[in-house]
Design a protein around this ligand. Structure first.
Ligand SMILES: [Ca+2]
Ligand SMILES: [Ca+2]
Ligand SMILES: [Ca+2]
Length: 871
């Protein structure tokens, strides 16, 4: 795994020694100044060598990794800033997107190259990628190989760059702005400062020169003028040196032919990066661009250990285990200490714990330190070597308030069709009063929504669907009302209410005047008011179209990426095509900005909506009886109709479990109908669906089954037990794969939500089978969220814990801030082995975007923890 593991190199020992010495010389020469002391003086000093391909198919030397398309552009959300050539310098991913691109500062929906072929050749130490732009029949070859202390990258073409792309196609690489803030650069020796905020320059260009964006959409609002804006270089030269003053960040880039431009992508899109670019040579074949990139490497660099612990603190009765994440080259210390901070500030060592080595996970190695023996209430910190963690409490009340920010602030701010105020601050004015138009047919929207060949409603394409400007929450960092997650959130709120009856009232919510005021009690439990708000949206859809839709979402890309007050995303005026664009008459406008309703029928969505209405009808009983009655009636009617429909066959070639997935959705709906009505027809149908579904792979139905036990009669708990035992074994295997004892997801969206779900399932299983499950399996999920996780020890719930996320991918992300109470996805595992959660850059949604589903499930788990330990 490490550059010092020379056994991997296929070079004869003599040559190897000479090579090592030569490169070590070179390195000491370039980094004679400002070398930080090694963090661990006991660490033996070994000579340094340059980049080499490792067994994980990226270039590696101690302190530097260069990844070449180990992560790819995602066809779903286009450019996620996790693809192409990427540089991890001193443990930080400072550059991404190294590839042939068609614009100076590509945005998320700009064209991305398709990776046609990727060859990793250890013999020549080369990675070669063939990239293709289908729309232009344009292929290029990207070749990366070690060079000196860094690497060489060259672009080759077999046919000249297409004429349409001359002066457009270039070799780009993108540098993470926040890592270069308050630093400088040199362009052929000319000094400059990296701008803290984008200040141009840009150029307005005629629309017909624009390279088409995804599906012909435009991120730019040209106000009808057929033009667009492009960034101009901030600096140019043959050699750029980024951050020459900072040995951790210094990177030199030299163009071997042509010139380099430094551009600021943030001028066009707030999530843009600093870009270094060379235009490809035109009218020729062979090599059309070539750079040598030399990131500085601090000799014998060792990453500072991360001491994972709960920033919220610990209940005296629970386990208290810190997980220490160490550089692969680091040697763990023998012990870590728990100090109490006394009233006069004097630290008192309460326990010196012996470190237990855990082994390797991803690219790091791990050890644990168990402080469980300390249970005396007070304030503490952990000391590991020279490192002190934040101070945290051990006390019986640590879980008392952990869900309040999410419930008091985050959810109110997400409320659509309302104005939301907090003391002196207006979070947003009244939103989306012009909802909504029937989406057109055969239509692929830019955020993944799709319409098929029929509307599946009585409305014509682009006809107004009445009654939809009510209720709902923005999900998540954008402003759409997403049907599936909306129904799930509503159902979770009902679970919270029925399980814990939290009567907390800190929010004023008035549906009549559509006004929300945060930190202002109004005599009504906030959870019930949120259930009412969610139900209003779902019931409205069933009233007007008889089903739950996929979503209500922007019709135009240049509105979808809106950052700012949600009330200005549309003009709140009803679209009238007889008026001219930007013309306003009364409450009508000629500007087509009304949102679309995506109505293509999907059984999964339909059952989710039915279940949420049936559940809500129970919670709303006695709070809003009229809405409770109507919700149940709508749910029963829609269920009867859905059962009459011919079953949708699973897609051709779908795995065997797919058909069961639909059954799982129906089962969840029938569970809610059964719980609400106790009618035998639903109990029978539930039993009919339940038992076969438990045998399907994945066992997604287990949680529903456990919750349904009270309705299933005597003997059901024992009949279910073997499935619970099997699930326990599967989960234990997953949890043993890492030192945190929780299942960690590795997809494109990080795994906080999965961990919360896992811990919540454990809560239900512990209640039903206390001999098989324990409280710690529930609390471990929260410990993970609150800081006992890879890459950092920040709490993933903003404002919860001593140190928590202070920026997130909310709709205020352009201000580098957060909406309190957001739970972020957390640690993204970039292939093949790099865990990341950016703390100074909010724009990576896979790491930092909170969802309504995740937030509602977090509230459930937070209250569950308090209940478990409170007795
Ligand atoms: Ca969304
Ligand atoms: Ca209230
Ligand atoms: Ca409008």
């Amino acid at each position: 795994m490490t550059a010092l593991d020379t056994s991997r190199l296929r070079t004869p020992a003599v040559v190897r020694t000479a090579l090592v010495a030569a490169i070590a010389c070179l390195l000491t020469g370039t980094t004679a100044m400002a070398q930080p002391k090694p963090q661990n003086p006991q660490q033996p000093q070994k000579p340094q060598i340059g980049l080499r391909l490792n067994d994980r198919e990226y270039f590696e030397t101690r302190g530097l990794n260069v990844l070449v398309f180990t992560n790819q552009y995602n066809g779903m959300f286009f450019d996620e800033k996790t693809a192409g050539i990427e540089i991890i310098q001193h443990g930080i991913r400072v550059a991404t997107g190294g590839a042939v691109r068609l614009s100076p500062t590509p945005e998320q929906w700009d064209q991305i190259p398709k990776l046609v072929d990727r060859k990793v050749d250890k013999a020549t130490q080369t990675i070669t990628c063939v990239l293709r732009y289908e729309a232009f029949d344009f292929d290029s070859r990207l070749v990366v190989t070690p060079e000196g202390a860094g690497f060489r990258v060259a672009v080759y073409v077999d046919k000249p760059v297409p004429e349409k792309l001359e002066g457009r196609a270039g070799l780009n690489i993108e540098f993470l702005p926040s890592k270069f803030f308050e630093r400088t650069f040199l362009a052929d020796g000319n000094p400059g400062i990296f701008p803290r905020y984008p200040i141009g320059p840009t150029e307005t260009k005629p629309g017909d020169t624009k390279i088409r964006q995804f599906e012909g959409y435009s991120t730019f609002d040209d106000r009808g003028r057929n033009e667009y804006v492009e960034a101009h270089p901030v600096a140019a030269g043959r050699t750029l040196v980024l951050a020459p003053e900072d040995p951790e960040r210094r990177i030199s880039i030299q163009a071997l032919s042509g010139g380099l431009q430094l551009l600021d992508g943030r001028n066009l899109a707030q999530n843009g990066w600093f870009i270094v670019r060379s235009l490809l040579a035109t009218k020729s074949t062979g090599k059309v661009a070539e750079w040598v990139v030399s990131p500085n490497v601090i000799p014998n660099w060792t990453r500072t250990p991360v001491v994972g612990f709960s920033q919220v603190g610990y209940h005296p009765a629970q386990k208290k285990v810190a997980v220490i994440e160490l550089d692969a080259n680091d040697t763990p210390l023998q012990t870590a200490s728990l100090f109490e901070v006394t009233a006069d500030g004097a630290p008192v060592e309460r326990l010196k714990a012996t470190l237990q080595p855990w082994g390797s996970y991803l690219r790091y190695k791990y050890a644990t330190a168990d402080f469980s023996a300390v249970n005396r209430p007070g304030l503490y910190y952990i000391q590991y070597g020279n490192q002190k963690t934040e101070t945290f409490p051990i006390a019986a009340n640590v879980y008392d308030t952990i869900w309040h920010a999410t419930s008091d602030v985050w959810f109110p701010v997400q409320m659509d069709h309302m104005a939301v105020n907090e003391a002196y601050r207006v979070w947003h004015g009244l939103t989306h009063m012009d909802d909504a138009l029937q989406a057109p047919l055969n239509f692929q929207q830019f955020d993944g929504y799709r319409m098929g060949a029929s509307t599946d409603t009585k409305y014509k394409p682009l006809e107004r669907i009445p009654g939809l400007a009510v209720g709902g929450w923005f999900d998540a960092g954008d402003f759409d009302i997403q049907g599936g997650s909306h129904a799930g959130t509503l159902t979770t709120f009902v679970d919270i209410w029925e399980t814990f009856k939290p009567r907390r009232d800190q929010t004023f919510i008035d549906q009549t005047t559509r006004f929300v005021d945060i930190h202002r009690p109004d005599g009504k439990p906030d959870i019930l008011q949120q259930i009412e708000h969610g139900t209003l949206a779902v019931a409205a859809q069933y009233r007007s179209i008889g089903q739950l839709n996929q979503g209500i979402v922007d019709s135009q890309l240049h509105r979808y990426h809106h950052l700012g007050d949600a009330s200005t995303q549309t003009d709140n005026l009803i679209y009238d095509p007889s008026l001219k664009p930007y013309q306003v008459e009364g409450n009508r406008s000629g500007t087509m900005d009304d949102r679309f309703v995506f109505t293509t029928h999907q059984p999964f969505l339909q059952y989710s909506g039915i279940g949420s209405l049936a559940a809500a009808s129970r919670a709303l009983r006695g709070f809003n009886d009229a809405l409770a009655d109507e919700s149940l009636a709508l749910a029963k009617k829609a269920y009867a109709e859905e059962r009459q429909r011919p079953a949708t066959p699973p897609p051709a070639g779908a795995p065997a479990g797919m058909a069961r997935f639909g059954a799982g959705a129906e089962m969840a709906a029938v569970f809610q109908l059964m719980a609400t009505t106790k009618e035998q027809q639903y109990i029978d149908r539930f039993n009919e669906l339940l038992w076969p579904s438990l045998d399907s792979p994945g066992g997604r139905s287990l949680l529903t089954a456990v919750r349904a036990l009270p309705y299933l009669g005597p003997g059901a708990a024992e009949k279910l037990r073997p499935y619970v035992v099997k699930y326990k074994a599967e989960m234990e295997a997953l949890s043993k794969a890492n030192p945190y004892g929780v299942p960690i997801a590795t997809g494109g969206w990080a795994g906080s939500g999965g961990v919360v779900n896992w811990a919540t399932t454990n809560y239900y299983l512990y209640k039903a089978y206390p001999d098989l499950f324990d409280k710690e399996s529930v609390l471990r999920g929260l410990n993970f969220i609150f800081g006992t996780h890879p890459a950092s020890n920040t709490s993933f719930v903003s404002t919860v814990g001593t140190r928590s996320k202070h920026l997130a991918y909310g709709n205020n992300r352009a201000d580098f801030t957060f909406i309190p109470g957001v739970i972020v996805p957390g640690v993204l595992i970039l292939k093949p082995d790099y865990p990341e959660n950016m703390d100074d850059w909010p724009f990576l949604w896979g790491e930092n975007e909170g969802t309504i589903g995740g937030a509602s499930q977090y509230i459930f788990l937070a209250i569950a923890a308090k209940e478990l330990l409170g007795k």
